[in-house]
Design a binder for this molecule. Structure first.
Ligand code: NAD
Length: 498
């Protein structure tokens, strides 16, 4: 441990250790002997300091004109662009996904920075006619105050950026608690903003676990909003905690995303998309394709081809160029994946590819699992309804579009969905009837762009959407303003004579 770098929290513009002095280790999931660094195991006292710092910085920041706030975001976007390769390498080392994907993760943060910065000259409200003479009516966006962000490990920089950039451009100050598996990427992100000239206290970083840092953040009376991305169960606890203290709360949670494959589709394209959707990021994406609901007429051919692709994928350390799929994030996550394979076998699904821990040679150093395909899966099986968050695809044969849509909608989640068909009428029916927040036609369940709303329905979200302009509704409150220049007291609805 002695030679690994020791990283600190970022509070009030300075890097500081946890008050307790305690630390945790961050290791490469592809190679457990690779210690990336130690990070502060923070607790309530650190949260107190960080929230107080954000509270102090709030008035100065909210009164800084939004276009000036945005200039700092533009600079941060430029700095992230310059450091993209280094930050992507750091991310692959701590999270495991392959370099191509971590470059994409940093790029998403860059895109979000530039997009949010554009809002510095918009943050539009409405002006509407007033119903009384000599009266002016408008709505403006007002910041909330101190916002807390609690983020997962699978998009270590992109997800924090989806929250932090819009929160800051709106005039809020923030405290972020990243996942303990991927703290370095948030250290890098905060460093970029600091180097861009963000004033002290506007953004604070406190590292540590859910109960040590997350719970005191939830309970803190000066925190006005909690923006959470993570599992549905933890999201539920966050919602309860926020309800108890009347906080605003936005939740982005789990998924069980389906790709519908009809018999008229371009099968080559569908196989390509399903391979990427199911095994990209080792299946550890909230938008991963974990179900292919396929017309029985083409189920055999599709299964044969995707099994071939799954078996050929090169699994290993994501820093190597030829590697196509990295490890699971942790031993615990890999054990969860293995336990779902047992569940699938007991339920009577046919294991068509993979299903085992990957061992031997360099695979012994990390948490690798074989790309896994279950065929002949029935819609009600647990592997067809529960989020596994690993490289496991369930192929569910159905008869036609109506059944496909029924099966797609039969789960408790509703994040993303896709259909592969050449029939425009069927594509439009699926676009309308599949119950999700994001839908793709002839593309994988993965591939959101930052300028459209991101989020889902049912147990995936609580009605908010990140990205796009909808994210502004999370990080601002609407204020309606009436200006009466009549010189007399007018009483709206009461002033009518009829
Ligand atoms: P997780 O819920 O275990 O943890 C998420 C964050 O919450 C972490 O920072 C964790 O430390 C913190 N936390 C845990 N318990 C807490 C508590 N009691 N109070 C406060 N904070 C607490 O999720 P994870 O394993 O990091 O991420 C995987 C999950 O995230 C999957 O379910 C995935 O679908 C979901 N996810 C959703 C989206 C989306 O946009 N819908 C995006 C990415 C990931």
């Amino acid at each position: 441990m002695a030679s690994a770098p020791a990283y600190d929290n970022f509070i009030d513009g300075a890097w500081v250790p946890a008050a307790s002095g305690e630390r945790f280790e961050n290791r490469n999931p592809a190679d457990g002997s690779d210690l990336i660094g130690t990070f502060p195991r923070s607790a309530e006292a650190d949260v107190e300091r960080a929230v107080a710092s954000a509270r102090r910085a709030y008035d100065g920041w909210r009164l800084t004109p939004a276009p000036r706030r945005a200039e700092i975001l533009y600079r941060a976007g430029q700095i992230l662009t310059e450091r993209k390769e280094q930050y992507a390498r750091d991310m692959t080392r701590e999270m495991g996904k392959v370099l191509k994907e971590t470059r994409g993760d940093v790029q998403e943060a860059i895109d979000t920075g530039f997009y949010a910065a554009g809002e510095g000259r918009r943050l539009s409200g409405q002006t509407v006619p007033a119903e009384l003479p000599n009266k002016f009516a408008m709505s403006v966006r007002a910041p909330l105050g101190v916002c807390a962000m609690i983020t997962p490990w699978n998009f270590p920089m992109a997800i924090p950026s989806w929250k932090i950039f819009p929160a800051l451009v709106c005039g809020n100050t923030a405290v972020i608690k990243p996942a303990t598996d991927t703290p370095l990427s948030v250290v890098n992100f905060v460093t970029a903003l600091m180097d861009a000239g963000l004033p002290a206290g506007v953004l604070n970083l406190v590292m540590g676990g859910g109960s040590g840092v997350g719970t005191p953040l939830l309970r803190h009376p000066d925190v006005r909003l909690v923006s959470f991305t993570g599992s549905t169960e933890v999201g539920r606890q966050i919602a309860i905690g926020c309800a108890e203290s009347y906080k605003k709360c936005s939740l982005e949670m789990g998924g069980k995303n389906a790709m519908i494959l009809l018999d008229d589709a371009d099968l080559d394209l569908a196989v390509e998309a399903a391979t990427w959707g199911a095994f990209g990021t080792t299946g550890q994406r909230c938008t991963a394709t974990s179900r292919v609901i396929v017309d029985r007429k083409v189920a055999g051919g599709f299964t044969e081809r995707i099994v071939e692709r799954a078996k050929a994928l090169k699994v290993g350390n994501g820093l190597e160029d030829s590697v196509e799929m990295g490890p699971c994030i942790s031993d615990a996550q890999r054990r969860t994946v293995a336990s779902y394979v047992e569940v699938g076998l007991k339920e009577g699904a046919r294991l068509a590819a993979g299903g085992h821990l990957l061992t031997g040679g360099s695979h012994d150093r990390g948490w690798f699992f074989e790309p896994t395909v279950f065929a002949d899966v029935k819609p009600g099986m647990r592997i067809a309804t529960e989020e596994i968050f690993g490289p496991v695809l369930s192929i569910i044969p159905v008869d036609g579009l109506d059944e496909a849509i029924r099966v797609a909608n039969s789960v408790e989640y509703g994040l993303s969905g896709a259909i592969f068909t050449r029939d425009i009428n069927k594509a439009f029916r699926a676009m309308r009837d599949v119950d999700v927040g994001i839908f793709y036609v002839n593309s994988s369940t993965i591939g959101a762009e930052v300028q459209l709303p991101f989020g889902g329905v049912k147990r995936t979200g609580n009605g908010h959407r990140e990205a796009g302009t909808t994210v502004l509704d999370i990080f601002t409150e609407w204020k309606s303003v009436y200006v009466d220049f009549s010189g007399r007291l007018q009483k709206a609805q009461i002033d009518r004579s009829d």
